[in-house]
Design a protein around this ligand. Sequence first.
Ligand code: GDP
Length: 360
Amino acid sequence: EEKKKEEDEGEKTLRSPICCIMGHVDTGKTKLLDCIRRTNVQEGEAGGITQQIGATYIPAENIRERTKELKADAVLNVPGLLVIDTPGHESFKNLRSRGSGLCDIAILVVDIMHGLEPQTIESLNLLRMRNTEFIVALNKVDRLYGWKTCKNAPIGKAMKLQSKDVQLEFEHRTTQIIIEFKEQGINTELYNKNKDRGETYSIVPTSAISGEGIPEMLLLLVQWAQKTMIEKLTYSSDIQCTVLEVKVIEGLGTTIDVVLVNGVLHEGDAIVVCGYQGRIHTTIRSLLTPHPMKELRVKGAYIHHKEIKAAQGIKITARNLEHAVAGTALYVVGPDDDVEEIKESVMDDMRNVMSRIDKS
Ligand code: GDP
């Protein structure tokens, strides 16, 4: 009863944490995302998971269902988890360093057979620079020689069913990888041994092919977000919004795909976004999300909204978006706002993006 009440209350005041998946090429970022989207629920039923623009929304109810075997009896008071779809997205490279970034929490994927690789270290440095919380998914455990598949099982349970040899190889490789992190100045520990959360990052072994460890990974993400960033996740009327992509769509012209991190956007809102030829001051013509039955290829594949509340992935149509810059912030000009001040912030963003591009 108490728990239910707390959860209902949370859903009203908290937004979903936004999660991105990072790591070296071929470690399984895309497969892991597929695996998160997949459900144990019977086919045809998505378990409430919805496809958004540039992101996938996993409702808390779905996470409860998938983690019930863990008997964690956790209070999940965020509405769900918003996972950014494109691992290694261009806008992450461009993402402004100042202010709060797009992601609240990240999954850093490491291949258990390869350990830390150049892009793992690059991702690690980005996360550190932005002070972003993360967990490590030690992926491809099913590649350990002799691994017995336990489809979608908690990793704790799956590990107990393995032979002594598999367990030893696992321990050996994990110890090695913890040392490699240490060499980068990062303390890590297996999630079930990590008593010092906050100073020490948790490692969850996973298989993106057979789904072992996904329950622990989901639960850890949400619990960690709830524990460490309630203030950031508290629903606010201040808009926080990032442009993910600029796309020309037949019949709509140039559109921007954004992630609304916090606040509400309305049709008709005056907005300012960063453009390659200077700031763009325009008005939201429409706020769009994908049609749930897009496979029907219905005409008008999008649903129009009068307003949309964070956290969500949205397509925006407006005039003059041709030169908009991915990875920068979108600002809403309120009735009492100083447009000049907002324009100044927009160009700060531009300078940040440009200096990143120069460096890479
Ligand atoms: P990305 O480049 O990080 O997005 O990696 P992908 O998701 O494309 O995966 C790269 C390759 O590794 C593909 O052939 C996947 O099928 C394979 N792969 C990914 N995850 C796993 C896993 O958990 N176990 C095994 N055995 N193979 C995996």
